[in-house]
Design a protein around this ligand. Sequence first.
Ligand code: PXL
Length: 265
Amino acid sequence: MKYIALTIAGSDSSGGAGIQADLKTFSALGVYGTSAITALTAQNTVTVSGVHPAPSKFIALQIETTLDDIPAGAVKTGMLYNTEIIKTVGDTLEKRNQNNIVVDPVMIAKSGDELLNGEAVPVLRSFLLPISTVVTPNLPEAERLTGITIKTLEDMKEAALKIIKMGALSVVIKGGHMSGSKLVDVLLHKDKFTFFKRDRINTTHTHGTGCTFSAAIAAGLAKGLSIPDAVKEAEEYIEGCIRASTSLGHGHGPVNHFFKHWPLG
Ligand code: PXL
């Protein structure tokens, strides 16, 4: 059986996040990965020093050409950068009736640099959420999408319900930005909440975490897992990746996508 997933995302020259993280994740989870690159970033573990978006027509061409020949069982979107790219990606996927779309509403890099223009948030909400199978915001992203200030688990549940009302089939709100020794991610799928609790791993080497998590969900969907099972597998996978992360460079080091195969540090 051939399992295939397509990532539509930005390139991270430091190799820890973006397209590079997605392809490593697909490979580690037994899925063949294809890619459409939305933007180049000049980046290391400390800073994003430049962003060079691709022309939106060329992004559409990458998606069309790849999928025409190699249909994907699931697609994930990551860094989309501006309004025009969001609209193009949304239109292209909708026109093709692509199923199993995981939307990681990437807004800010670990270094604090902007990966989505501020004015693009409403466009992401109206163009991408209605076609998404799973949306994976962290807390600041969920706050920007919903306008809800999130301080408690109840706030996370309220934000999840609001994101479903915007048209997403399911949502995982990632609780990593909440303080405390335990983390909770909240999945809302078909009116059912599932809570994934784990101990906080004491490390700053978390570059690529969000990209890796959403790519792992896409890999699970490409393999035919149900949404809750794909999220569960992604939760387990990201925990292993973070436990094996390392200091590489001078800032937030990368997670180890291949922790089952070889140590990174
Ligand atoms: O983690 C979000 C992210 C997404 N896409 C690209 C990135 C980053 C973070 O650094 O570089 C290309």
